[in-house]
Design a protein around this ligand. Structure first.
Ligand code: AMP
Ligand code: ZN
Ligand code: FE
Ligand code: FE
Length: 287
């Protein structure tokens, strides 16, 4: 069983449609693929149809933008009820924060003499419902300012960069509670990637476990071997599940090929069990 529980489609900042992503996952030999677009479930329906067409199981999820003690933390939510009013309100607020930030980033770029207009952004952002920095990065590539997304982050969009603008993110502990209340299973994505190690020490993680956190995405390319070993130990001590995933973004993120990191079958079973026990009306698609 090959199980990859964290990928993005063009509904957020991946480059493949949900259909193409699910087809590619089946072609890569995966048995289960998680669709975890940032802050939205808008790709789920299309992915469900594709799961049936291509004979693969799709684990529906969301990667929610949260903040914990000042640091950005991405929270994966598996199998939550996508009609849960409180969860939807939280996602709406995050998307509204994105929509306020985007024009501010474009204005910063124009101050730097780069012709970054809303119209040009719309062309590269395509069908996304959650505009993010990767789309602005794609615009900078299109305008010939940088060669790729990574260079756009390094030169302009990373925290502290000349076109960086902060945005609203939901409180992590509160969001863990919201996900569980919606029947879902919360797992912290790449917990020690990009500066969140400071706020996610064993004590902090114990508190989050008490709030309902179910697992840690230990096997992720953002973590080296030493970090993985340490995180695995913490997860064992706290009784947290350990997942692994590619965080595939199509052509948008180099090296994150589908299935490059995987989750054990018993962990995927445990996630589905927890969703059932949390009262989720959602089960995996296809298969
Ligand atoms: P946003 O949610 O709009 O703030 O954009 C964050 C997304 O951009 C993350 O989910 C990553 O996929 C990507 N990202 C963040 N920082 C970097 C970086 N330094 N280099 C490349 N991609 C990044
Ligand atoms: Zn992303
Ligand atoms: Fe992430
Ligand atoms: Fe991701």
């Amino acid at each position: 069983m090959q199980i990859d529980l964290h990928t993005h489609s063009a509904v957020s900042d991946g480059t493949d449609t949900p259909t193409d992503l699910v087809r590619a996952a089946a072609a890569a030999g995966l048995d289960v693929v998680g669709l975890t677009d940032h802050d939205t479930t808008a790709g789920w329906a299309e992915a469900a149809t594709a799961a049936a067409s291509y004979g693969i199981v799709v684990a529906p999820g969301i990667e929610i933008s949260t903040r914990h003690q000042g640091a950005g933390v991405h929270l994966l939510a598996y199998l939550p009820d996508p009609t849960d009013a409180a969860l939807l309100a939280a996602l709406d607020r995050i998307v509204a924060g994105r929509d306020e930030r985007t024009p501010a980033m474009l204005a910063r770029l124009r101050e730097l003499g780069i012709p970054a207009t809303e119209e040009a952004l719309a062309e590269v952002a395509g069908r996304t419902v959650v505009t993010g920095r990767p789309h602005v990065a794609d615009l900078l590539v299109r305008l010939g300012v940088v060669p790729d997304r990574d260079a756009a982050f390094a030169g302009y969009l990373a925290e502290g960069g000349p076109a960086f603008v902060d945005r609203y993110a939901a409180d992590l502990t509160a969001t863990v509670g919201l996900v569980v209340a919606a029947g879902g299973v919360p797992v912290i994505a790449h917990p020690w990637g990009r500066g969140s190690r400071r706020v996610l020490d064993p004590t902090g993680l114990a508190g989050l476990r008490d709030a309902g956190l179910a697992g840690l995405e230990v096997d992720h390319l953002d973590h080296g071997p030493a970090e993985r070993a340490e995180l695995r130990g913490i997860a064992e001590d706290l009784g947290l599940l350990v997942t692994g995933s590619s965080d595939h973004h199509g052509a948008g993120k180099v090296g994150h090929d589908l299935g490059c990191e995987t989750t054990a079958p018993e962990v995927w079973e445990a996630i589905q069990d927890r969703a059932r026990r949390n009262g989720s009306p959602v089960t995996a698609f296809g298969g």
